[in-house]
Design a protein around this ligand. Structure first.
Ligand code: BGC
Length: 730
């Protein structure tokens, strides 16, 4: 007994002598770590063997995507990382527990970008962050901010926009919101992960200019404006190099040039070149394999991996861990306020829903009691996408329920036809005619689903409406128009579809994206005019798929062939279009589009006047007065584009540099909104000199309510060119 106690005391003494994270300087903690402990800390905790034997993330928080290991003797706790961009993704049920662990299904990222409202996005972030915290997690694996290069990327619903400024500002607002709750974010997937086909092998071949101006710019803004705790490197290769092993990308650019202070974690891949990853500054390997721990130990011993690289990453890991709820021993409740968060989801949905067409003031609906609801999406409504961007939510309010809750009668006959059908039911002219007599208006909802791991196709049923869907629009519209009634098409989609060939048929088109678990309620509020739509497109809707320059180099016709490194769009993808993505292309080359970037209608009208610019040094503040000139209250967005003078480089006709959304303006009410940017924000990237160049000359400032609808023009003189040398070359 006495001997045993002596051993205990000795062990305690040894333990108490070990430096403790948070109490002792980090360098001391690093110095006290064994090589095995260091290696374990750099490798995520989801593998069978780890020195803390705590288990896997899905034992701690079921279905959480990953974790880092704990080292109790040094006061280092484990941390838990969970998806994703539309809310927390954990398992809703637990063994031997009758409680449900639901999370709020917020609107998809594309809808959030359509709000053009950082205040609303931040509020969504706060609610998401609170669910991360209260469900015992430390990091939300979001926001996802790859560029909408091509509408058929399977994950576009998780991403924001075709414009890097809108991406960066939306992401920064989201990071601020989430991190305000004392939990972390992981801005992903860094970088060039703009297609899903063979995403773990494909090399995105991107010029330095397109990279800097488009594909990296959103990340740059998000990092500089919001300092996310973590960045997730992507699966793909960038110009031949796996991003996880890319020193110029992860260290020279991200840390040296942009000042990133957090950690980089890999996307959820198995083992790659661990030595190269550690050296490149990829601090954490997720979800982690025991063999990677061994490899770090072996290669430090063999001299292939330097101890200083390991220590540098370990130190950053400890700095990250010290910020987490698990480090501060936060007593999570497993009971976030889901009711309050559902309200946040609904408010955001209402702010991002975009009105594409509204002939003869069809909307808001007037004198309507009975609604005929056609289209599978009216009943089998999609709140979000699939894959890691999916959320296990308690319920989804579909269009039918939303309208019923708002007091409308729904045609029971049509409802019976669709419920449980699971596919699109044809509607004959006769059937439509009979229903036109029994209802006041028709609403047709079409849905499209997509998700991680696969891209969409330029086929009917995906990018194009099917013949059946088109026939529904035609037959229903003919029947309703014959008796003087209106038809509204609701688009419940995650990415862009073709609209040009059918948009002239119905009276109104409402783009609701994948609208959250509160979708039906938000849609009803817009249809009834309780809320005036104020969403604006974060991307262009083209006339046709092949009009998009990147379509020449995108796997839209990939149907399961084997991987072949030498095959175009499979092994590698040439971003041949360079900077000509989205409106930068369509606007510069005067190509017709179906709906332009930044477009979205309102139930009221606005007048823009008195635009002014004040330049002090490089800082430019632009103000413009916006007046509600219509008869109902509403919000408007001022979009500020700049057009550069002719210089050495060919440039887009204009580029978004700032934007601002008004508060709700009552009829007759005005607001002066203010937008800020700096002169070097107008720079282009000159590959010849590896530098950002802002040419001297006279720039135009264009303020409008879409890229094609400019209301006010100012000029801005830049007397002397500004050249800023870059360091990294990716
Ligand atoms: C996805 C990431 C996600 C991770 C963890 C990966 O397959 O690409 O976006 O965060 O899985 O679930």
């Amino acid at each position: 007994m006495a001997i045993l106690c002596a051993v205990c005391t000795q062990a305690q003494n040894t333990r108490s002598k070990a430096p403790q994270l948070g109490k002792d300087p980090i360098d001391k903690v690093v110095a006290a770590m064994t090589l095995e402990e260091k290696a374990q800390l750099l490798i995520g905790g989801n593998h069978e063997f780890s020195i803390d034997k705590v288990g896997k993330s899905y034992d701690l928080v079921p279905w959480a995507a990953g974790m880092t290991i704990s080292i109790p003797r040094l006061g280092i706790p484990f941390t838990v990382e969970t998806d994703g961009p539309a809310g927390v993704r954990i398992k809703p049920t637990r063994d031997g527990d009758s409680k449900m662990y639901y999370c709020t299904g917020f609107p998809v990222a594309t809808l959030l970008a359509s709000t053009w409202n950082p205040v609303v996005v931040k509020k969504v972030g706060q609610a998401m962050g609170n669910e991360v915290l209260e469900y015992g997690c430390d990091v939300l694996l979001a926001p996802a901010i790859n560029l909408h290069r091509n509408p058929l990327c399977g994950r576009n619903f998780e991403y924001y926009s075709e414009d890097p400024l809108l991406i960066g500002k939306t992401a920064a607002a989201m990071v601020h919101g989430i991190q305000s709750q004392g939990v972390g974010t992981s801005v992903k997937h860094f970088a060039g992960n703009d297609q899903e086909t063979f995403r773990t092998e494909n090399s995105s071949q991107i010029s330095q200019r397109a990279l800097r101006e488009l594909y990296l710019k959103g990340f740059e803004i998000a990092v500089k404006e919001s300092q996310p705790w973590t960045i997730m490197s992507s699966y793909n290769r960038l110009n031949g190099v796996y991003t996880q092993e890319d020193y110029p990308l992860l260290t020279t650019l991200l840390r040296d040039e942009w000042g990133f202070k957090g950690i980089v974690m890999t996307d959820w891949i198995g083992k790659r070149n661990t030595v190269a990853q550690v050296h490149a500054g990829n601090d954490l390997m997720m979800p982690g394999q025991a063999v990677q721990v061994k490899e770090i130990i072996d290669e430090v011993k063999s001299g292939k991996l330097s101890m200083s690289d390991v220590d540098r990453n370990v130190k950053r890991m400890l700095q990250f861990i010290m910020k987490t709820p698990h480090f501060r021993k936060y007593a999570f409740t497993n009971a976030p306020d889901l009711k309050a968060h559902a309200e946040v989801a609904r408010e955001a949905a209402e702010e991002g829903i975009t009105l594409l067409k509204n002939d003869n003031n069809t909307l808001p609906m007037k004198d309507v009691k009975t609604v005929a609801l056609f289209g599978n999406g009216s009943y089998n409504f999609l709140a979000g996408g699939t894959g890691s961007g999916e959320v296990n939510k308690a319920y989804v309010v579909n269009v039918q329920q939303g309208l019923e809750d708002a007091g409308f009668s729904i045609s029971e006959e049509i409802k019976a036809l669709y419920i449980g059908a699971g596919e699109e039911i044809p509607i004959s002219p006769g059937y439509a005619k009979r229903n036109a007599a029994n209802s006041d208006i028709a609403v047709i909802t079409f849905s499209r689903q997509a998700g991680e791991g696969a891209d969409r196709h330029n086929t009917k049923g995906d990018f194009y409406l099917t013949n059946k869907e088109k026939a529904i629009i035609t037959n229903v519209t003919n029947a309703y128009h014959a008796v003087g009634k209106k038809v509204i098409v609701v688009l419940n989609i995650g990415g862009v579809i073709e609209t040009a060939s059918w948009k002239n048929i119905p009276d109104a088109i409402l783009l609701v994206w994948q609208t959250s678990q509160e979708g039906g309620h938000a849609i009803a509020d817009i249809l009834t005019g309780k809320v005036n739509p104020s969403g604006k497109l974060p991307m262009t809707f083209p006339m046709d798929y092949m009009d998009i320059p990147s379509s020449k180099n995108f796997p839209y016709n990939y149907y399961g062939e084997h991987f072949d490194a030498s095959k175009k769009n499979i092994g590698y993808t040439n971003y041949e279009e360079g900077i000509w993505v989205g409106y930068r292309y369509f606007n510069t080359f005067n190509k017709e589009v179906s709906y332009p970037f930044g477009y979205g209608l309102s139930y009221t009208t606005f007048e823009f006047k008195d635009a002014k610019v004040k330049k002090s040094g490089n800082n430019c503040v632009v103000t413009v007065s916006i007046t509600n000139t219509g008869s109902v209250a509403g919000k408007e967005v001022a979009e500020l584009y700049t057009a550069a003078p002719k210089g050495k480089l060919e440039k887009p006709a204009c580029e978004l540099k700032a934007y601002a959304k008004t508060k709700v303006l009552q009829p007759g009410e005005s607001e002066v909104v203010s937008m800020t940017f700096s002169v070097p924000d107008m720079a282009s990237f000159d590959e010849a000199t590896n530098s950002w160049v802002t040419d001297a000359g006279t720039y135009k400032i264009l303020i409008g309510s879409s890229v094609q609808d400019i209301h006010q023009t100012l000029t801005l003189k830049v007397n002397k060119a500004i050249v800023q040398k870059a360091q990294a070359k990716m």
